[in-house]
Design a binder for this molecule. Structure first.
Ligand code: ATP
Length: 363
């Protein structure tokens, strides 16, 4: 990204085409027979210009999915199957999981950048932030002059709402919110098409969370990148996401438009998760929480992983694992037809399911 492109909206390509397609991705932790299967055949598509929210309780595999999809998964994490296709601005489609190390080095941060969980604490305390941003740019642009990299660092800082005269500050001179903005500036330095943000606001107070979320939405609008925004707080997603995927115990259990998930969840887990967080705005909800806790991934129950905690559980739920598919209301058409859910209640063809959805899932 050059200083001039920071002021001019970047070409965004055709909005709506897939930019990142995760297909049947499976990940284990451990290399032996008793490895933990953390992701099981996860499929998820991010479209150009879209903000996709990924939500679910702690430990359901959100970070694992993000790191596996970018090949940043640390050992003992192991991708056992699947593909992750990235489509560039030129239309070229590449399977990231099959790129050579050299290809990966060349494309990482330029195609897809990540803001890691707790990233704001990873700034080096002994270097000025300007130097840290400039070093990041120079690592990918070895021919660039240092002065030019500092100028770009100044533009990037301004872009995320920090005055360029803070370039010579050390990290401890900045608030938590400002340090997180610096991390976002660094992630955007190479003009990526996809920005993955893993709990980017969790350590911040609610006002600062809101400001950062608005900042990301504004930058997305101006620069045209796509975002995967990971959080356990689904009510935050309604502020920013176009679409929300809900994860539970290593599976995507619902994937739909953000308003649709928020107003009319179709999976019992989505509904329960929505009643676990106070909404940031709009009508108040009664907070009920979710009884019980997620399953131990080393001892996954047969059938639906949510069955032991589900208010609508049937016998078949305890025996057969549901797969992501259309909802029972798909014939309503419109956006309902674009929704996917992994829940037997939506499959009237299954023995033991009478086809009547509980009222709270059929609004
Ligand atoms: N290095 C590791 N070794 C073994 N198991 C791991 C390792 N890292 C993560 N796990 C397990 O993988 C599962 C998914 O973890 P992950 O961090 O991806 O979840 P998450 O949804 O991102 O949680 P959080 O919101 O707390 O970050 C958890 O059950 C976790 O215990």
């Amino acid at each position: 990204m050059t200083a001039s492109t920071l002021d001019v909206p970047a070409p965004t390509g055709t909005v709506g085409e897939p930019v990142l397609e995760i297909e049947n991705l499976s990940v284990d932790y451990g290399y032996t027979d008793d490895a933990t299967h953390v992701l099981r055949d996860v499929s998820l598509t991010l479209h150009r210009g879209e903000v996709l929210g990924l939500a679910g309780e702690s430990g359901c595999g959100k970070s694992t999915l993000a790191y596996a999809a970018t090949r940043l998964l640390p050992p003992p994490g192991l991708i056992t199957s699947g593909s992750v296709h990235f489509t560039g601005r030129d239309g070229q489609r590449t399977d990231v999981l099959r790129q050579s190390d050299a290809e990966l080095r060349a494309s990482r941060w330029q195609d897809t950048a990540i803001v890691f969980q707790g990233a704001m604490n990873s700034l080096n305390p002994v270097y000025r932030i300007g130097r840290q941003i400039a070093d990041g740019i120079l690592a990918h642009r070895p021919g660039m002059r240092r002065k030019e990299a500092w100028d770009q660092a100044a533009s990037l800082l301004e872009m995320v709402g920090i005055n360029a005269d803070r370039l010579r500050d050390f990290p401890h001179q900045l608030s938590g919110g400002m340090r997180q903005r610096v991390m976002i500036a660094m992630a955007l330095a190479l003009d990526p098409q996809v920005l993955i943000m893993d709990e980017p606001t969790t350590a911040l107070d609610v006002v600062m969370q809101r400001q950062i979320v608005e900042e990301i939405a504004d930058l997305r609008e101006r620069l045209g990148f796509s975002v995967v925004f990971i959080t356990h707080d689904v009510s935050l997603l309604i502020e920013i996401a176009d679409r929300i995927a809900i994860m539970y115990a290593g599976d995507i259990v619902e994937d739909a438009g953000a308003q649709d998930v928020y107003r009319r969840p179709r999976h019992p887990y989505s509904a329960a998760l929505l009643h676990s967080f106070p909404p940031l705005r709009g009508e108040r909800r009664e907070l009920t929480g979710i009884p019980g806790s997620p399953p131990d991934m080393q001892k996954m129950p047969p059938g639906c992983p949510f069955a032991p905690r589900c208010a609508h559980v049937t016998d078949v739920c305890r025996q057969v694992r549901p797969v992501l598919g259309p909802t029972a209301l798909a014939d309503r058409g419109g956006r309902e037809a674009e929704r996917s859910v992994a829940c037997h209640l939506h499959d009237a063809d299954l023995e033991g399911i009478d086809g009547t959805l509980p009222a709270d899932l059929a609004r």
